[in-house]
Design a protein around this ligand. Sequence first.
Ligand code: ADP
Length: 588
Amino acid sequence: MTDIAHRWADSYRTRLTIGYVVVIALIASAWAWSLFGPLNNAIVSQQSDNLQAVAQAGALVLGQTETTAAETAMRLTARTNLRMTIIAPDGSVLADSEEVPSTMENHRDRPEVAEALGGNVGVDRRVSTTQGTERIYVAVPASFDGQNVALRVSDSLERINSVAASARRFGLVLLALALAFAAAIVARLTAVASQPVARLSRAANAMAQGNLSAVVPEESGDLGVLSSALVELREQMRARLDALEAEQGNLRAVLDGLPDGVVLLHDGEVRIANSAIASILKTDTRSWRGHPVSRLGLPASIAGAIERGLGSAEPLTEDCGPDTSGHYFRVGILPLNPAEEHTRHLVVISDVTERVRIDSVRRDFVANASHELKTPAAGISLLAESATNAATDGDIDQAITFAKQISSESARLGRLVSDLLDLSRLEGKTVPGSVVDVRKSIENTMLGHRIAAGARGIELSVDLESVAGTDVIAAADPTDLAVALDNLLDNAIKYTESGSVLVNVNINEQDVCISVADTGIGIPGADIPRIFERFYRVDRARSRDSGGTGLGLALVRHVVERSNGTIEVISTPGKGSVFTITLPRARH
Ligand code: ADP
């Protein structure tokens, strides 16, 4: 049992015990008081009544006696063991059973004697002048020897007191026994009464410590109501805790599911940090809770942005970076309750490195594309002017030459525009479930290149032997494959002086492999990683002379990527190149 429960049960038991003790003490006091006060008085009054009865009997005997007063007094004393005194009407003592009458004073002034001589019963309590002890006196009227006398009977109070004392002793022993018995009952009663309270307080205390599986004892009566209330309370707490935990779990799941890093700051100290923040900043955030932003070891630019956001009542967004590993971040700081005493801020940190890179690529692309478009456009304008001048000068041959160059430049412009359009289309999404008959696509593409190959004296052939009798279907868009094959064949013919271009098709369980091999100029090893970049050319002049746009292999790369395929190049300068694209095989 805990200290608190102990104290509570103890105080309850103590209070109960005090209550019982007070009641018992009151009863015991009343009892004790009755032993010392009323009991004494009752004994004295009883004795006084007895003395009165004895005196009346003595008066009867005295009225009929034929002996002397002294003898009668002695006889009465012998029978009653009480002191007898006979007093004459003038107050002089006629006889006394214990003293010599002649030595005794006149008793007229004694209150009981005065009463008896006046015809009444007189009673008095005082210290005897002759004996020096406290006594009780009862005097009654009597007749002796023809005159009205008083017969007084007296008894020592010491004797009465000793009777009272022994009665008191007996009463006190009884009281002590009763008290001991009552103490035992009180101890038992308080223990029995406080046990259920202690049990309930133990359960309540365990619940207060957060133990919601604490067993609440079943009690009866008033404590039964308390016990059921505790059970109800425990169930409600459990339900609320479960709901709270579920809510917290949902919140945590939402926060952890966010791609951006989210941090909740309370008075500038971290309260919540989601898991994305750790992966974005590549740091362990488990010890962040309770620490101020300045102590989190954040890159200086991010920490600075957050500090500025904390000092502003308005939402703030800042771009930071690059950090030491070249990453760029966007930091948003949103004040949640700017007007309140305790401030809360939501900090959102996004890794925008990819966006920054794409923006830069786009900018470069626009610049390159503009440049590529500007060159033929400017050439056309210049050639048109020259053609006009030549025609004006009557130099028709020259004018025709310029006109042919205009036609060639505009064809190049047209190819450039067409490649740009293809590029933009290929940046979009592919149609899901598209399939293409590879054999048919190769045959169609070859048709368009036979004339060019023939013109350059290059042998253009296709080897489908390994797939003879098999449908070769790839999971790709037909237009995409046509674009890729067209560019690969175009390049193979363009960059081959003499020899051959061979298209080969192979399949396995999963893939279709199409390779375009030429015996051309080949590509230096250092350039191979870059030939798929837009507008990259190994030999710029040669590419331009042969009508290249610099976008052909970029288009092939896009096709392969969006079809979940791969592309591979093997090339030896001066000997030739082999471009192999692998596409997933379609099942049907
Ligand atoms: P281009 O329009 O200049 O051909 P591509 O993107 O198709 O642009 O090709 C990029 C560069 O790769 C070409 O300029 C060329 O230098 C090189 N290249 C591509 N295919 C071949 C090949 N079959 N043989 C040799 N060089 C090639």
